[in-house]
Design a protein around this ligand. Structure first.
Ligand SMILES: NC(=O)c1ccc[n+]([C@@H]2O[C@H](COP(=O)([O-])OP(=O)(O)OC[C@H]3O[C@@H](n4cnc5c(N)ncnc54)[C@H](O)[C@@H]3O)[C@@H](O)[C@H]2O)c1
Length: 342
């Protein structure tokens, strides 16, 4: 059983779900349902937020250690996995602090968006490699069991060779749309070579040193494997799903949709016969993958180079909106820093 410490006790850490949710969409709820990890310690700078957390989750975790700061938590407990659940503009500082701590964890589970600039990403990746502490980024919808099963079936040839993947979502490139950018890569491959995007730069007030975060309207991602990858605004079924077109059929996968596939002749494929798992918390699935890795298993999904590719695409999309150009990867403009406050 690996121990988990959570930094920041807001929405995604704890407040999007309650202890009675069967498939909670939050870190502590997902950890609670896992047989491989156990919540050991938490911290938040706000006493009010900590009290709200205690009121909701306190009785579910009676042995939990509460700390008032990152340093105090790590000095007292040294959890195996640290989840960084503060807002985007604080990710770089807090994750660096965790990596450099005298009592570091063995792995970090960092909420998206991983950083506000590519320069920060490069520094974080270099530090995590030198410390040998992997970082997994929480593109959380990736771990939906039915989405993962569909990916497995497609890899086994369900719809033939994948030729085109279209992902649907609107809104900010890094704070929001990045979930679907990851999902597009999940099905099209993590092998982008260039990005062309259209979007809008809002006239928002942002702190000094930051630019407003643009919103995506559409994005074309050129892939080295020849798959055409497209991200657009909401689709027929809303957001957070992909259409996958193969040379022998079509499939649709998303966390909020029933899985669907049809063959070359347009006939629906009986997916029930192919064994789709029940939905459980995506956070349970993610933490279990991280735990397995700590026990010597393969790297978890959305780890190191994989999340870096997704972030590289999002930042190139932003660059493309500003310049009107197609951006070849790796993007040379690495210092643009957006206020990705999701
Ligand atoms: N995966 C998802 O689907 C999903 C959904 C929502 C939010 N998120 C991401 O989760 C992150 C947090 O978003 P949120 O809506 O939960 O934020 P939030 O504002 O609800 O919570 C953040 C908490 O972090 C605390 N905090 C800030 N700095 C701290 C520090 N140095 N040490 C300890 N605590 C600190 C704040 O007091 C606050 O309570 C963001 O990056 C966001 O993009 C992900």
């Amino acid at each position: 059983m690996h121990t988990v410490g959570v930094i920041g006790l807001g929405n995604i850490a704890a407040m999007y779900s309650t202890p009675d949710n069967a498939a909670p969409y939050c870190h502590v709820g997902g950890v609670r349902h896992s047989k491989h990890v156990r919540l050991d310690c938490v911290c938040d700078l706000s006493k009010e937020v900590t009290q709200k957390f205690r009121d909701r989750w306190g009785s579910s975790f009676p042995e939990l250690h509460y700390a008032e700061s990152v340093d105090a938590m790590l000095a007292a407990r040294r959890p195996d996995i640290v989840a960084v659940c503060v807002r985007g503009p604080h990710h770089f500082a807090v994750t660096t602090q965790v990596l450099n701590h005298a009592n570091p964890p063995r792995a970090i589970f960092l909420e998206k968006p991983p950083t506000c600039s590519l320069q920060e990403m490069d520094q974080l990746l270099a530090l995590s490699k030198s410390k040998r502490i992997p970082i997994v980024v929480s593109y959380s919808r990736h771990w939906s069991p039915k989405v993962m099963r569909m990916k497995e079936l497609i890899d086994q040839g369900l719809i033939g060779k994948v030729q085109r993947v279209v992902g649907y979502v609107h809104n900010t490139f890094l704070s929001f749309a990045s979930h679907t950018t990851d999902q597009v890569c999940q099905f099209a491959g993590y092998c982008p070579t260039a990005v062309f995007a259209r979007g809008v730069v809002p006239k928002a007030e942002v702190p000094p040193g930051f630019e407003p975060e643009p919103e995506m309207r559409s994005m074309v991602i050129e892939m080295a494997n020849g798959v055409t990858a497209i991200q657009s605004g909401d689709g027929e079924y809303g957001g957070f799903y992909v259409d996958v077109f193969g040379d022998k059929g079509y499939a649709r996968a998303g966390i909020y949709l029933p899985p669907y596939a049809r063959d070359k002749e347009g006939k629906a494929i009986d997916l029930n016969a192919l064994g789709f798992p029940p939905e459980i918390s995506v956070f349970t699935v993610a933490y279990d993958q991280i735990a397995r890795h700590l026990d010597g298993g393969p790297p978890p999904d959305c780890c190191d180079d994989q999340w870096a590719i997704v972030h590289e695409i999002g930042c190139a999309g932003i660059e493309s909106v500003h310049t009107g150009n197609r951006i070849t990867l790796p993007n040379r403009a690495r210092t643009r820093k957006v206020f990705a406050n999701g």
